[in-house]
Design a binder for this molecule. Structure first.
Ligand SMILES: O=P(O)(O)OC[C@H]1O[C@H](OP(=O)(O)OP(=O)(O)O)[C@H](O)[C@@H]1O
Length: 386
């Protein structure tokens, strides 16, 4: 049987999922009898510059690091960061050297996607926003996509197996394929079959752009499903879109004049924050895919900043174990961990692992992470000058 090209969880956990140069570094250090106690930090930018990003991926990072002879401090998942460390690891270097590759992968990708999700969330704070981007990425990444979207404040997601892992049910109704399988002019049959077959708890949201005009298909869906119709989705393809806002307003108008203003209107297809801002007052919800799933990973690096208690770092990086602080007005500052931060500032880093034991479950609890993300967005005014 042909297997998928997926590096499995055991290889990640045992450190085989690493860059070859870490294996050679281990060989050299062991040969020389060296295994210094180091402090290493995960950082994207050395100094704050007002450009915030959202921290995610901590749950998987902790799963990788727990049980090892190290201490780990980190800012909790869902916290906005702006320069300085997001994580600090202390212990014998050989204990965690080969984990750097997977550790950075977990944090970089998830944080990039969560930041993109928060961009969408703040663009349409009162709309329902669902993650539709699983189809754009390798299947092994889909749970990370959906979880990151939730950390960034999305209301739901589409991927079924990701839902099994996350512990929440996937949402979604129908693709164009359903109408096409019934045939041109037979959309009513497709919507009725959906209504008859699908669990009562699933909202009846008819996809209304497959063969004909959005207003026409919407009114036909109203006739076909009557009061059972909860909403329509317009995924009008780019080449046919013209003025999408006008199309949506026209659909809303024609629903209203017939007394169906309770039918919600959802839109999807290549949408990002600018579209959400432009359309948020005329729709009830959005499906957003590629903007989140295809987001650039955050450029995290892991660097040694102290060896045997003494400051040490490569040039361009700041030596010494550090902490990050937030002042009451939402400004971030970086300082040495063994000194207090600016007056009135709170430290954002928390102990997460001590001697290999996880000591802060709440730091990567999904609901808590989302709550932090939304609160932080407000505190620092994230996205308000877009
Ligand atoms: O464009 P994105 O933001 O990445 O959104 C992801 C996809 O979700 C929608 O699929 P839909 O189910 O409507 O498409 P299909 O039935 O044509 O496959 C939309 O057409 C996008 O292709």
């Amino acid at each position: 049987m042909t297997e998928f090209d997926i590096v499995d969880a055991a290889a990640i956990r045992d450190g085989r999922a690493t860059d070859a140069y870490f294996e050679r570094t281990e060989a050299a250090l062991e040969h020389a009898g060296r295994n210094p106690r180091v402090v290493a930090e995960v950082t994207a930018d050395q100094f704050p510059d007002g450009d915030f990003e959202l921290f995610a991926g901590l749950k998987d990072a902790v799963a990788l690091l727990e049980g090892r002879d190290i201490d780990v401090d980190a800012i909790p998942e869902g916290r906005l960061f702006d320069g300085g460390p997001v994580m600090r690891i202390e212990g014998p270097y050989l204990t965690f050297a080969r984990l750097e590759t997977s550790l950075l992968g977990f944090l970089s990708h998830a944080s990039g996607m969560a930041t993109a999700a928060l961009d969408c969330r703040v663009a349409a704070p009162d709309s329902q926003v669902l993650s539709f981007g699983a189809r754009h990425v390798h299947p092994s990444m889909t749970a990370a996509v959906e979880r990151s979207a939730l950390v960034g404040g999305f209301d739901g997601f589409s991927h079924v197996a990701a839902g099994d892992l996350i512990g929440r049910e996937a949402s979604g109704t129908m693709p164009h394929a359903l109408s096409i399988c019934f045939g041109r002019g037979e959309q009513e049959a497709a919507w009725r079959a959906f209504n008859e077959a699908v669990d009562e708890a699933v909202p009846r949201i008819a996809l209304c752009d497959t063969y004909s005009d959005e207003v026409d298909e919407t009114l036909r869906a109203v006739d076909a499903l009557g009061d059972r119709l909860d909403g329509v989705r317009l995924d009008t393809t780019g080449s046919r879109r013209g003025d999408f806002r006008h199309i949506i307003r026209e659909v809303q108008w024609e629903l209203d004049v017939r007394g169906h203003d309770d039918v919600d209107v959802y839109v999807s297809g290549g949408l990002g924050p600018a579209d959400l801002r432009e359309l948020r007052d005329v729709v009830d919800g959005f499906g957003v895919g590629g903007y989140v799933s295809n987001a650039d990973p955050v450029d995290f690096a892991l660097d040694i900043v102290a060896v045997e208690g003494e400051p040490a770092a490569k040039r361009g990086k700041l030596s010494g174990a550090k902490d990050v602080y937030r002042t009451a007005d939402g400004v971030h500052a970086v300082g040495l961990a063994d000194r207090s931060g600016p007056d009135g500032a709170e430290s954002l880093m928390e102990p997460v692992i001590r001697d290999g034991e996880v000591v802060a479950d709440d730091a990567f609890d999904l609901a808590a992470a989302t709550e932090r993300a939304l609160a932080d967005a407000e505190t620092v005014g994230y996205g308000t000058n877009e």
